[in-house]
Design a protein around this ligand. Sequence first.
Ligand code: C2E
Ligand code: MG
Ligand code: MG
Length: 743
Amino acid sequence: MPAKPARETSRSATTPEGGARRFLERWTSSKADMDVGGPDGFGSPEEAQSLLRNFEESGRGWFWATDVRGFLTYLSPPVLTLLKKEPSEICSQPFLDLFSRVENDASQRTLPFILTKQSKFDDLLLQAAADGDEVWWSVSGRPFRDRAGNFAGYRGSGTDITNMRRSAQDTSKLATYDTLTGLLNRLNMSKLLDATLSAFKVQTRACAIMLIDLDRFKQVNETLGHPAGDTLLKQVAERLVKTVGDKEKISRLGGDEFQIILPDVEDRSALGDLADKIIRNLSQPYSVDGFRCIIGASVGIAVSPFDGQGTEDLIRNADLALYAAKGSGRGRFRFYSSDLLQAAEERRILESDLRDALANNEMELAYQPIVDSKSNVVSGFEALLRWNHPERGLISPSLFVPIAEETDLIGALGIWALQRACTEAVHWPGKLKVAVNVSPVQFADGSFPKAIENVLATSGLPPAKLELEITEGVFLQDSADTDSIFAALKKIGVRLALDDFGTGYSSLGYLKNAPFDKIKIDQSFVRGATVPGSRNSAIIAAIVALAEALNMETTAEGVETIDQLSLTRDLRVSHVQGYVYSQPVDNETLLANCSDGDWTIEPTGPAVQRSDRYAMFRKIAAIHDNHCYDIVLRSLSATGALIDGIYDVPVGTKFVLDFGDGQLAVSTVVRSTGSQQGVEFEERLVNDGNGGLCTNRRVSPHMIAAAGSSAAFLSLGAHSPSNGDSHRGALPVFRTVNDWKAG
Ligand code: C2E
Ligand code: MG
Ligand code: MG
C-alpha cells in the first residue's frame, strides 16, 4: 500500500478524533492483509473507533504507523505533544527518529535491524527523543502487506513505562552489593537495619551496630594511589568477614567506612571484645602491590533500644561514638553515651584554644626519670608536654596531642618541646640524657633532620645526649623517605628509641632496618604482667632477648608497684620508668635532686597492683527496698564502689546502683562508716573503651515501660537526681545526708 500524501495524514492527525478514526479505518481495512492480525471481535466499527479514541486519550498507550520506507504516516496526538512536534513535521520523519536510545540486552536485535528485516517486534524498551526528563516506552509493531502480499509498512502501539522502569531500577540497585568489596552496600544495609529494628521493637529485642572508620587510609590512598587504596579496602573487607564471621551483617557505607549489624547483642563486654578484635586485626600490616602498609581502625558502638530505637537515631549515636573514639586517640572503640554530644563540643573548643596556647605561654615540660633498674641511678629524663589551660588547669598530652596532629599544630608544638628540652638539658650535670617524643606526623616532614640540627646548634646540647622517642606509627608505609630520615638522624648522632612497643602494629622487620638504640616496652604489658596466668611476662622476656641480640637497651614503662619492679628486674629489662621511682617533675626539682651529679632513687609504692580505682564525685541513685536515694559516687572500680549519702547502713545490705542510661549494678555493702559505704558488685563492670567503666548490660526502655510506675525513678538519660528529693518510690528505710541537713 502506497504512502498516504503527507497533507492528508497531517490533517487526519490534528484532531484526536480524526486521527483515531483514520487509524481504525486503516487497521480494519488492512487487518486481513497483515501477517499477524488482531483478534476478530464483534461490534460496529464505530464502537471500535470510540474505544480506540478513549484509549488514546487515557494516555495509557499510543499508536503509530509507517509507510514502506519507514516514514511515519500516523502518530497519536499525546506523543506529538510530548515531542513538541506539529503533525506536519512528524509525518515525513523516519519512525526511528522518535527514539533517542534503545535498551537492548544482548539477546535482542536492534530496532533498525528488525525494521530492515520487516519482522514483527514486541515490547522493545525505547527512550523517547524528548527534551527534559527521561521518558521510556515499551513499543510493539507488526508489518502489514498489501493485497499483492508486498510489505507496505508497519503498524503498532506503544506504552509509557517510565515509572515502572524507575522503580525496577531502584529495586535492582537495592539488591546490589558494593561492587568493590562484595559486602552489602549502604542502601541494602539501611533496609536491613530498618527491617530489623522495626521487627525487634515489637519483639523487644536488642540490636547493636558498629561503625568502623579506618585511620590513615587517606594517606595510603594519596601516597600509593587509588588502585592500591582499592586493593587495601578489599583486604580490609576480607579481614572483617573473617573476624565477624557473617558476611551478610557487614556493609561498606562508602569510602573507608564500614558498618556491622549485630542482632540480639547487647552485652557490652562481648561488644567491646569484638570491637577490640576488629581493631587488632585491621591494624596488622597489609601487603599492597608489593608495598607493606599499615592503617588502623576506630569503632563507634550504639545498641538499640538503649541508644535509640529508630535507624536514624541509632546511626547518629554510633557516629557520635565513632567521632569520640577518633578524638580519644584512634585505634579505639567507644560506646555511645548521652554525654558524648557535650564532649564533641568540648573538643571543638579545646581545638580552638590550642591554637593560642603556645603564644600565651601555656605549655610546659615535665621530666620523668628513667632509672637503671639494677643500680636505681637515674640515667636520663623523658620530657612530657603539659598544657596549663587558664580555665581547665593541666591538660594531658594524650588529649591534646591527637588534636594537634589533626590540625597541623603539631609541627610548632613539637619544635617548641624540642627546643625547650634541649635548652634546659644543657644545664643538667653529668651524663644525663633527655628523651623527647616525636609525633609520626612531625617525623614524616622531610625537613625534620634539619630542624634537629638547628635545635642542637642553638641549644649547644651534644647530639649523643638527645634521644628521640618515636612510635611505630612512623612505619605506616615502607618508604624511601623514612629510611633516609633515619639515616640522616643517625648521621647527626642523636639516639633513637622505639616508644610504646607492642601496642600498634609491631613488626620485627623494622627493628632490623631502623637503627634504634632502645625499645620502650608499653605500660599495657607491664600492667598485667604480675596477674596470675598472664602471658605478658613471656612477651616482655622475648622483647628483652630480641633487644639484647640487636644490642639495644630496654625501658619498661609505667611500672607502679614493687612486684612489677621485681618482675622487670628478673626479666633483665635494663631501665625502668614509672611512679614506683618518680612521677614527672619540673626542671627545678630535677636540678635540685641532681645537684650531686647524679640522682639515685629508692623505689616506693604499693606491693601489688590493685584493681584500677577511679576517684570521682558523681551524683547517682541507689535503690533499696523500692525507694530511690540520691547519693554521691566517690570512687569506682570494676568490682566495687565507695558511695556516700546514706547513714548507718548495715554490712550485707543490697543496693541497686543506677548510673544512668539504663545502667544498673546490683551491689552489696561490705564496709560501712557514717554516711559512706564500700560496696561490691554482683557483676564486674567492663571497659567503656575510654579508660572508664560501664555496666555489661542495661535495662531497656521496654522493660522500664513494662514495669510501670514501680520503676518510674530509673533514669534513662544521664542521671540527674532531683534536688533534695530523696524520697522517691516507697518510704525510706535509711536516713540520708539531705534529711540530716534539713534538721
Ligand atoms: P609516652 O611517651 O608513652 O609517655 C609516658 C606516659 O606514661 C606519660 O604520660 C607518663 O606520665 C605516663 N607514666 C609514666 N609512668 C607512669 C606510671 O607509673 N603509671 C601511669 N599510669 N602512667 C605513667 P603523659 O605525660 O600523659 O603523656 C602521654 C603521651 O603523650 C606520651 O606517652 C606521649 O606519647 C605523648 N606526649 C607527651 N609529650 C609529648 C611531646 O612533647 N610530643 C609528642 N608528640 N607527644 C608527647
Ligand atoms: Mg614517650
Ligand atoms: Mg610510651
